[in-house]
Design a protein around this ligand. Structure first.
Ligand code: TRP
Length: 360
């Protein structure tokens, strides 16, 4: 069996640190591991429209922003196929058949959908396209025979739903799809990075993000304004490390080299944590350190992004070539789907024979 990765993002805004630790960094590692036969990265503009039908411009503009973020982080178009969802119509075709394999109540039970409906105050008027986007996401994954799906934990219900659809399709029409597996980031704390305000999730709508494209001064300002342990009022006070956003970010980013470079009085994060717990370590000091760590991590990304921004036609060309490649594969897979479902009327003479036999 081939090892194929598919993953993607909705282009509703620039990507931020949460995306970076939760998925982008991992994708680049997987891409460079050489262990995969193909890698597809989808810019899910059609999915973004399921709750942005009135914000076409926002989605349109962010297609390029997200592509820039991908390339800046090290997604290499020679190794990974980046494509735009809406430009692969076979995805709609497959979704249309999948919709028959899923019940309304099953969709309404999807925990991520439930949460998103609440967040968007959709309770009384859920767009049908929105409710059914997990089905279209199943098409995204299976049209490319992807078996490995690197995502954040909020996407687990989508992968589970995809697996159910695959089982249902395979048992009804023939074994042509593989059940995909989600791959979560290994660093537990990175699975969901909180916002700089300590809210559970870094999210554009909450305004608590550090963006990959943020300028150094902006990053510094955001880090220095971060929430910490609310009971750690004076430097002498013992502080709490668990649930403290600054330490959660340090867990995700700080390496021993950073200590040697910026905070040599500590060998590693454990020592820093111990001191904070004991008391006598001020928030400003740990924030300054985090700022240095993040600046180191984000500088190469920002610089690469700036270079790419100077050549947008080249970025568009990468997207077009990736999309053409994805489409070729999608067309082939849809042929297989239609053969399995026997809705290939013009392809062979089965139907004609059946009709003729009936006449005899
Ligand atoms: N739903 C994903 C998100 O909101 C984006 C996405 C669309 C995706 N299609 C996908 C992720 C297929 C993984 C696989 O981030």
């Amino acid at each position: 069996m081939k090892n194929i990765i598919l993953t993607g993002d909705r282009p509703t805004g620039r990507l931020h640190l949460g995306h970076y630790v939760g998925s982008l960094k991992r994708r680049v590692e997987l891409q460079n591991s050489g262990e995969f036969d193909s890698i597809f990265i989808e810019i899910a503009d059609a999915q973004a429209l399921t709750d942005n039908a009135k914000n076409l411009e926002k989605v349109r503009k962010n297609v390029i922003e997200v592509a820039l973020d991908y390339l800046a982080c090290g997604i290499d178009p020679e190794k990974s196929t980046i494509f735009i969802q809406s430009q692969v119509p076979e995805l709609c075709e497959l979704t249309f058949y999948y919709l028959n394999l899923v019940t309304l109540s099953r969709l309404q039970r999807n925990p991520t959908i439930k949460e998103e409906i609440k967040l968007r105050n959709f309770e009384t008027s859920i767009p049908v396209g929105f409710l059914t986007y997990p089905v279209s996401q199943a098409a995204d994954i299976t049209l490319f025979d992807a078996n490995v799906i690197p995502v954040g934990e909020d996407q687990l219900p989508m992968i589970e739903q995809t697996r159910e659809i695959v089982r249902s399709f395979n048992s009804l029409y023939g074994e042509i799809f593989v059940e995909p597996k989600a791959v979560l980031p290994d660093n537990k704390t990175a699975q969901r990075l909180p916002g700089i305000d300590g809210k559970a999730k870094m999210s554009k709508s909450l305004g608590n993000c550090i963006y990959l494209a943020d300028e150094p001064e902006v990053i510094e300002k955001k880090v220095m304004s971060m929430f910490t342990d609310p009971n750690h009022l004076r430097v002498e006070d013992p502080g709490k490390v668990e649930g403290n956003p600054v330490f959660i970010y340090l867990d995700a980013f700080a390496r021993d080299e950073h200590f040697a470079k910026y905070l040599p009085e500590y060998k590693n994060l454990e020592e820093l944590k111990d001191h904070y717990r004991r008391g006598g370590l001020g928030d400003v000091k740990i924030k300054r350190f985090l700022n240095n760590v993040l600046q180191d991590e984000l500088k190469p990304i920002r610089e690469k992004r700036k270079k790419l921004e100077e050549n947008i036609p080249e970025v568009l060309k990468i997207l077009e070539e990736g999309t053409n490649k994805a489409r070729e594969i999608g067309i082939r897979k849809m042929e297989e789907v239609k053969d399995a479902m026997r809705i290939n009327y013009f392809k062979n003479s089965d139907l004609l024979l059946e009709v003729e036999n009936k006449d005899n």
